[in-house]
Design a protein. Structure first.
Length: 117
């Protein structure tokens, strides 16, 4: 199985930046894609961004396009989410998600991002 460990959340002022990291371990040869979702208080979990492992194609939610960037170092089973120009509405728990060949999903434990206005 694949295990995910997230890091990098915290408190930042509006307009600031943060970088989230998600490291995958275990059966990483089965990875198909990795990405990020978020859940704000009282709201459903929503898609933020993801990246296909083969080819590196990326996808973004409209609400974060131009401000967030997902990337992956070639030699690591890690995905980063660089967040810039953060807004109060970006406040949420951010979850890393891995899609595994065969249709299974793995989720990280979540990391809190709080943007103060």
């Amino acid at each position: 199985q694949v295990q995910l460990v997230e890091s990098g959340g915290g408190l930042v002022q509006a307009g600031g930046s943060l970088r989230l990291s998600c490291a995958a371990s275990g059966r990483t040869v089965s990875l198909y894609a990795m990405g990020w979702y978020r859940q704000a208080p009282g709201k459903e979990r929503e898609f933020v961004a993801n990246m296909r492992w083969s080819g590196g194609t990326t996808y973004y939610a409209d609400s974060v396009k131009g401000r967030f960037s997902i990337s992956r170092p070639r030699t690591l089973n890690t995905v980063y989410l660089q967040m810039q120009n953060l807004k109060a509405e970006d406040t949420a728990v951010y979850y890393c998600k891995a899609d595994v060949v065969g249709g299974q999903e793995r989720w990280g434990q979540g990391t809190q991002v709080t943007v103060s206005s």
